[in-house]
Design a binder for this molecule. Structure first.
Ligand code: V4E
Length: 223
């Protein structure tokens, strides 16, 4: 492919000191890092209403877009699965092209020359994109022996919420089914018994700091 693209399949989970103990016992810590995220959207939520998330993390851009189906079987429902899956685009020109499509009428007149840049933020303003959320996350990452390609992240956000994630990155055209099975298997090993989706950092952030956006996205069944 011309642009690197992969699909992130993940399941979030709530954790306590027992979960952490289990993970430390059966897993290998592969990283401890801290990062600051900024998320951008138009004032009328043109991106997030489509479940599209534009983010800058450590001077790198990423666009998360919903994939057409949840499990590669043609089943459309996002509701029934504990897992979410999003296409991740990290190439800035490609991100810009997609965002432009999503927000067409929000841009200043079409004659304005907009060039996305890592160094210069002016393209954001010209496309009417503003930062609606920013927070810092401290993340501990683990892998489990015998679960190739699965990462477990324990996230602590600076606004006082922590959440775990089991995630598998699938290259474009890869096997979604086996990714979901790996996640299910890993969840079993951790002794998780989530019955519904757990709130992510963003959901909690919006509820607390952007109640209008939260309510809008909730009514639109994005959250
Ligand atoms: C996709 C999405 C958002 C963007 C942030 O995605 P997430 O994976 O939750 O964040 P993070 O920090 O773990 O990113 P990573 O380091 O893995 O790239 S914000 C909201 N969504 C949609 C969404 C949803 N509707 N429901 C659940 C449970 N998660 C995400």
């Amino acid at each position: 492919a011309l642009f690197q693209m992969s699909v992130e399949v993940e399941q979030k989970f709530l954790f306590n000191s027992d979960t952490v103990k289990t993970i430390e016992e059966i897993g290998v810590c592969v990283g401890l890092k801290q990062f600051h995220d900024q998320y951008f959207d138009t004032p009328d939520f043109k991106l997030t209403l489509r479940d599209v998330w534009l983010r800058r993390r450590k001077q790198s851009w990423e666009l998360k877009c919903p994939t057409a189906t949840v499990n590669g079987t043609g089943e459309p429902g996002r509701e029934q699965s504990l897992c979410t899956q999003y296409k991740e685009i990290t190439n800035l020109p490609e991100i810009y092209q997609r965002v432009k499509e999503f927000i067409k009428d929000a841009c200043e007149d079409g004659e304005t020359e907009v060039t996305p840049s890592d160094e210069d933020d002016s393209w954001l303003g010209k496309m009417n994109l503003r930062c609606f959320a920013e927070f810092t996350t401290t993340r501990r990452s683990f892998t489990l022996k015998g679960e190739q390609g699965v990462q477990i992240d324990l996230d602590q956000a600076d606004f006082g919420y922590h959440v775990g994630e089991i995630e598998v990155l699938v290259p474009e055209g890869g096997d979604m089914q086996s990714a979901q099975e790996k996640i299910r298997h890993t969840a079993q090993k951790l002794g998780l018994n989530e019955e519904r989706r757990v709130e992510g950092k963003m959901t909690v952030y919006l509820k607390r700091y952007r109640p209008e956006q939260y309510a809008t996205l909730l009514s639109a069944h994005v959250l």
